[in-house]
Design a protein around this ligand. Structure first.
Ligand code: HEM
Length: 130
């Protein structure tokens, strides 16, 4: 049986710009409450980061406006993010999505879009420090 097609983009399914903004705010509440992830953000201006993430998520989920921030690999290059860090981060996203009225298919599709950036975010050689 073919998977039923959704009628709009994931951006629309989440509720457009407003929906994405609410998602990013809740998502970073979880990330910053996570003891393992929080230290990465200690000296980061969170308002700006949220703004950039709203822009990034909107573009990645098929929204009409482009992402104008730094190339993802460059923004994360020196941070020492390992695969387990990345998995925790995506876990926070999954938990945030679980609270929203989305179908399971849409949730997995959103995670799939974000997972495309895993290799850009995870630092070179960090697999050895798992
Ligand atoms: C696919 C997953 C991820 C995406 C799509 C993503 C996306 C972004 C974006 C769009 C920015 C803003 C870039 C800019 O300022 O121009 C950013 C910055 C940042 N991200 Fe990520 N991120 C991801 C995973 C992670 C993870 C796993 C961590 C930490 C465990 C992390 C830590 C940071 C930090 C600390 C900054 C601020 C860097 C700085 O201002 O120098 N990110 N990220």
């Amino acid at each position: 049986m073919p998977v039923p097609q959704r009628s709009g983009s994931l951006f629309e399914v989440i509720g457009g710009h407003e929906g994405i903004a609410a998602l990013v705010v809740r998502f970073y509440e979880r990330v910053l409450a996570d003891r393992t992830l929080a230290p990465f953000f200690l000296h980061v201006p969170i308002d700006r980061l949220r703004r950039m993430q709203i822009e990034f998520f909107s573009a990645a989920l098929g929204g009409p406006t482009p992402y104008k921030g730094r190339v993802i690999a460059h923004a994360h290059q020196q941070l020492g993010i390992s695969r387990p860090h990345f998995q925790r981060f995506v876990g926070c996203l999954f938990d945030t999505l679980a609270d929203l009225p989305l179908s399971e298919q849409d949730r997995y599709d959103i995670i799939g879009r974000i997972n495309l950036y895993a290799e850009d975010v995870i630092g070179a050689g960090s697999d050895f420090s798992d």
